[in-house]
Design a protein around this ligand. Structure first.
Ligand code: SF4
Length: 485
């Protein structure tokens, strides 16, 4: 996979992201738009809460019955002439797709995070195929040799000026005067002209899916650009790559999820194109006819290990991206700081768990620290339309990380943890030191222009560099903690 992270830690990449003015400009612009459209979409309907609860029930049931539903999906899909392949690992999934693409050179792809997860493009390119991403955001990050920085808006980190420069570099064309940036419409039209030619020549189309519908043996695809449909229809062979948790029981259940998916993702009541792909389709005479050569690759890659265990709830995720858009960490540093394809709160839970199924030791080390990159403000939990308790999952992952021998790194952290352990084991000592600390804090909070707030404190200088410490609120938090001791 092409990675844009430095290969260092989340901490280092996040620090660099905060100093990157063009990234900050792009994030500011996109962030405000996402929040406003989502809140308008939910405010405009009376029963938003009920719709989310219905979607949560559907996903809870589907994940609970995942094994049976997948078998039913396989049976119904095969009965229509669709080939179903099971891939336990990323390697197996890549091999299956490579075998299905053997002898084919021209491949178009719709947006698929599962394909990013298994680094499919690199494998296909190495095998000598030409692979073209056809979702505009994915196309942009492919040209930039980057990974997506957002699960629904892969190029959200790019400014229009950067995209213009990228297109000029790859597409050629006349230079515009210095400092002039072409309009979004012009850039979209240019990309469309190029991608359209790729559709016409494509031998294989690879897409992801939003849901696999067990009773129908069909894959549901939701897009705004129609590129997923063209990828599925124009080539002789259509390959759907799907994480096994994408299963739902019926079309009715899929409809319950659709009611919240687009609202939560982009603020639309429904995506522009909603298509069902199965082995047969209705011809112009109204009869069912076999469609073309279709394959579904069911990807496990760590998902079944999550089933029934402490991380089970994460399998409900419908990849709407709302938790990213509302996360103060994601909206400050963007997706690339997370070092892998899944970012934001859902990535902090999913990435360490999925990486464990693979063999990349460096990736495992890197993403193991992600659950720590949270302020635990809980906004992600509030906006998740299927009620995933992201903060409590992150907390469990933190605990697990610290329980491992390599979990607590650095003498400062070790010393801090020992100190906290000592204090919590001796409540009297905790109370005395707390009383002393509060007195000192109140003294420190008398500074000119900072009444009631501490402008600098040794040990948390990184925190106070950008904001004051409110003494009353901090004291209340410390006393609450005291009550728990
Ligand atoms: S965790 Fe929830 S909010 Fe985040 S992408 Fe998944 S469904 Fe959406």
């Amino acid at each position: 996979m092409t990675s844009v992270s430095s290969g260092k830690s989340f901490h280092d990449d996040a620090a660099a992201a905060l100093q990157n003015p063009s990234l900050q400009a792009a994030l500011d612009k996109a962030g405000a738009g996402f929040l406003a459209t989502r809140s308008r979409a939910f405010a405009s309907i009376e029963n938003a809460q009920a719709l989310c609860e219905a979607a949560e029930r559907v996903r809870t049931r589907a994940v609970h019955d995942m094994a049976d539903l997948l078998l039913l999906f396989e049976q119904r899909a095969r009965a229509q002439g669709v080939s179903v392949h099971w891939a336990e690992t990323a390697e197996q999934a890549r091999s299956i797709v490579l075998a299905l693409c053997a002898g084919k050179r021209r491949i178009v792809k719709g947006k698929s995070m599962a394909s990013e997860e298994i680094e499919l493009n690199e494998a296909l390119l190495q095998a000598g195929a030409e692979v073209v991403e056809t979702d505009l955001g994915e196309y942009i990050v492919q040209l930039a040799e980057e990974i997506p920085s957002h699960i629904i808006a892969p190029a959200v980190h790019k400014t229009r000026a950067q995209i213009d420069a990228l297109f000029r570099h790859h597409h050629g064309g006349r230079k515009t005067p210095e400092g002039r940036v072409r309009s979004s419409q012009t850039l979209v039209e240019e990309a469309r002209r190029i991608i359209r030619k790729k559709f016409l020549r494509a031998e294989v189309g690879i897409t992801g899916t939003n849901m696999l519908i067990a009773e129908r043996g069909a894959a549901l695809l939701l897009t705004n650009e129609g590129n997923g449909d063209l990828s599925a229809i124009m080539a002789e062979r259509h390959i759907v790559l799907a994480g096994i948790e994408r299963i739902v029981a019926s079309e009715k259940d899929a409809a319950a999820v659709l009611r919240v998916l687009a609202r939560s993702a982009t603020g639309q009541s429904l995506g522009t194109y909603v298509s069902l792909y199965g082995g047969t389709g209705r011809g112009t005479d109204g009869t069912e006819k076999p469609r073309k050569d279709m394959h579904v690759v069911l990807l496990d890659n760590g998902r079944s290990a999550m089933h029934g265990g402490p991380w089970h709830d994460m399998l409900r995720c419908i990849r709407c991206g709302a938790c990213l858009n509302h996360c103060p960490v994601y909206t400050s540093v963007g997706g690339h700081a997370y070092g892998w394809v899944y970012s934001g709160p859902m990535g902090k839970v999913l990435s360490p768990l999925l990486a464990e199924a693979g063999t990349d030791a460096r990736l495992k080390r890197r993403v193991a620290a992600l659950p720590h990159a949270s302020s635990f403000c809980g906004r992600c939990v509030e906006v998740c339309p299927v009620g995933i308790p992201l903060t409590s999952l992150m907390r469990k992952l933190r605990n697990r990380h610290f329980e491992r021998p390599q979990g607590i790194k650095g003498w400062k952290t070790r010393l801090g943890c020992l100190g906290v352990r000592l204090l919590f084991a001796h409540p009297r000592l905790y109370r005395s030191l707390l009383a002393l600390a509060l007195r000192l804090l109140k003294l420190a909070a008398r500074g000119k222009g900072h009444v009631g707030r501490v402008a600098w404190l040794p040990g948390i200088g990184g925190w106070t560099k950008t904001r004051d410490l409110p003494v009353n609120r901090s004291a209340r938090a410390a006393i609450t903690l005291l009550d728990d001791v």
